[in-house]
Design a protein around this ligand. Structure first.
Ligand SMILES: C[S@@+](CC[C@H](N)C(=O)[O-])C[C@H]1O[C@@H](n2cnc3c(N)ncnc32)[C@H](O)[C@@H]1O
Length: 235
């Protein structure tokens, strides 16, 4: 089961994000995500929810052998078209078709809010990591996802943080994209990582490094991303 809307939204998504990335990827997340990767010697990486493979293509010049998985066939097809020698497969985070301990690095780049069964997915990500390996995550903050209505108009007077403490999903739409996203409080995410046996190595709320001044000003007022690196302890 794919997060509802992804197959129908794939073409618009490819146009929206493109190779350069949208504001958040290009100016906020790409650089600090790559900095975390460069700090450790990773030979292999699995990008879970790789979309059209953008981050895999950014890891490869660092000498990392990448595999990207994503349940949205149209996005995997696009990844293969852009990188015919790359390894991209249709698959879901909740059931990773890989042996235990076979990756140095597992990446979830803005895919956790798309994944329906968080606990199962995090257990799977930890299972395929080798001891000492890293799970590197970029995610939206819970205060952003609590009342998410991208592109649409929030009803006048509606509280954008209503329901923060309760996990819920909502259909979010902007342009020709309409997808189902999951909101979870930070507590739920932290419990999921800890239950998967992982240790927190890094946590940051990255700031924009360039970009249109108006977007930078808005982002600094209410940042909406976090980066976390969790490691799997040596046995
Ligand atoms: C916001 S996009 C991010 C794509 C890519 N990581 C990027 O940053 O451009 C979220 C991705 O999660 C994928 N996805 C949805 N459900 C998933 C699941 N259960 N397991 C893995 N990926 C999933 C979607 O198909 C989509 O490509």
């Amino acid at each position: 089961m794919v997060s509802s809307g992804w197959n129908e939204s794939a073409a618009a998504w490819i146009v929206e994000v493109g190779d350069l990335g949208d504001f958040g990827r290009r100016f906020v997340l790409d650089q600090p995500m790559l900095e975390r990767v460069r700090l450790r010697a990773h030979a292999s990486a699995l990008d879970v929810g790789c979309g059209e493979g953008r981050f895999c293509r950014m890891l490869q010049p660092l000498g990392i052998r990448t595999v990207g998985i994503d349940p949205t066939e149209a996005l995997v097809a696009r990844a293969i078209a852009l990188d015919p020698m790359g390894d991209y497969r249709v698959g879901m985070a909740e059931r990773l078709d890989f042996e235990e301990q076979c990756f140095d690095l597992v990446v979830s780049y803005l895919s956790l809010i798309d994944i329906a069964q968080l606990g199962t997915a995090l257990t799977e990500m930890a299972r395929v990591l080798r001891p000492g390996g890293s799970l590197l995550v970029a995610n939206l903050t819970g205060f952003t996802t609590a009342g998410m209505v991208f592109g649409g108009r929030r009803p006048r007077g509606a509280d954008k943080h209503a329901g923060y403490l309760d996990e819920h999903s909502s259909q979010v739409s902007w342009g020709d994209i309409s997808i189902r996203n999951w909101h979870r409080p930070l507590e739920t995410y932290m419990k999921g990582f800890l239950d998967a046996g992982l240790h927190l190595r890094h946590f940051s709320e990255p700031r924009p490094q360039g970009g249109p001044p108006e977007k930078v000003r808005r982002y600094l007022k209410a940042p909406y991303f976090v980066i976390m690196e969790w490691t799997k302890p040596d046995a």
